[in-house]
Design a protein around this ligand. Structure first.
Ligand SMILES: NC(=O)c1ccc[n+]([C@@H]2O[C@H](COP(=O)([O-])OP(=O)(O)OC[C@H]3O[C@@H](n4cnc5c(N)ncnc54)[C@H](OP(=O)(O)O)[C@@H]3O)[C@@H](O)[C@H]2O)c1
Length: 288
């Protein structure tokens, strides 16, 4: 049995779908109670309800599990508390492995929520529990909520410079790599950078223009407007501050990384942006 945390989010759902293809049953833990059917349909064998920051909830969820795939909710101030709870549960369940879904560049102090994760990684390394850490780049999928707006306006926008170099990655490649790491004992004690080759908004817009057959322009969105929208969606003050710092950092440094590790893990080059875009267009056409 493998336990996946934060299972109802986009990362969690992708992991359930991928891990469920192996024979080992998947248990998930989440707070919400209105997604059980959806997560079962994706392949979760057991749905547990509880708070990741609550040691009793986490320990109950981890009991009997071989491994924990730890996804932390995004940009939360109590990440350290959640991590301690997950580590305590990993110890009480005597799991074979604690796998942490981290982010690229936890070394960068300016990226407040990445930097906080450096200390989660440290706590995991020092916990004595066998571990693997995936340092994951931003997903191509982050643009999907604004896909319709892009078609309407002819603009592919993000709140950072259009020439910023980003080592974006297909979440499907990430889950495939995660599944391999989880099932390969040789990956114990490893830290893996999981990202694709760098690409800019301008390059993505040129690809989108070609595959959609209509002009798409890259646009830097006003940061204040994007953060106001995030606030309306319920993102906390802490999260908003993380976003502001993140966009300022991306403007200058992007978020770069090497695709070689992912290529080695999945045994092929990471999915390129054009292949991803064509897949989305096909899926949307099929759904109509
Ligand atoms: N998005 C990216 O491009 C990207 C790239 C690399 C790494 N990551 C990392 O992936 C992780 C997940 O990101 P995401 O965008 O997939 O998240 P998400 O869609 O926002 O999902 C977060 C999930 O966490 C759950 N949650 C929040 N607080 C909880 C708590 N105290 N106890 C139990 N469940 C709780 C939420 O469930 P409820 O509704 O039940 O609260 C929700 O299902 C983050 O750590 C992020 O840094 C993301």
């Amino acid at each position: 049995m493998i336990l996946i945390t934060s299972a109802g989010g986009k990362t969690g759902r992708a992991m359930i779908e991928e891990f469920a293809q192996s024979e080992e049953p998947v248990r998930v833990i989440m707070r919400r109670r209105d997604m059980d059917d959806e997560l079962s349909a994706l392949g979760a064998a057991e749905v547990f309800h509880g708070d990741l920051a609550n040691v009793a909830d986490m320990s109950a969820a981890a009991a009997g599990c071989r491994a924990i795939y730890f996804i932390c909710p995004n940009m939360v101030e109590d990440e350290g508390i959640i991590a301690q709870s997950v580590i305590a549960a990993a110890k009480s369940a005597e799991v074979e492995r604690l796998i942490f879904h981290s982010v690229l560049h936890t070394q960068v102090q300016a990226l407040r929520h990445h930097w906080a994760r450096l200390f989660v990684e440290e706590a995991i390394i020092e916990s004595g529990v066998p571990f693997s850490i995936l340092q994951v780049g931003s997903y191509y999928q982050n643009m999907l909520p604004s896909w319709d707006k892009m078609l309407e306006t002819g603009e592919h926008g993000m709140a950072y410079e259009v020439e910023a170099e980003m080592a974006l990655v297909d979440l499907k490649d990430v889950s495939e790599a995660a599944n391999r790491i989880v099932n390969d004992p040789g990956c114990v004690n490893g830290i893996f950078e999981i990202c694709g080759p760098v690409i800019t908004l301008v390059q993505k817009a040129a690809i989108l223009t070609r595959v959609l057959g209509c002009k798409i322009e890259a646009k830097k969105l006003p940061v204040d407007k994007v953060i106001a929208h995030a606030a309306n969606m319920g993102i906390s003050d802490f999260g908003q501050d993380c976003m502001r710092r993140m966009f300022a950092h991306y403007d200058i440094h992007g978020l770069v990384g090497s695709p070689r590790v992912l290529e080695w893990i999945i045994g092929r080059p990471p999915t390129d942006f054009e292949t991803f875009a064509r897949r989305i267009i096909r899926l949307r056409a099929d759904a109509e």
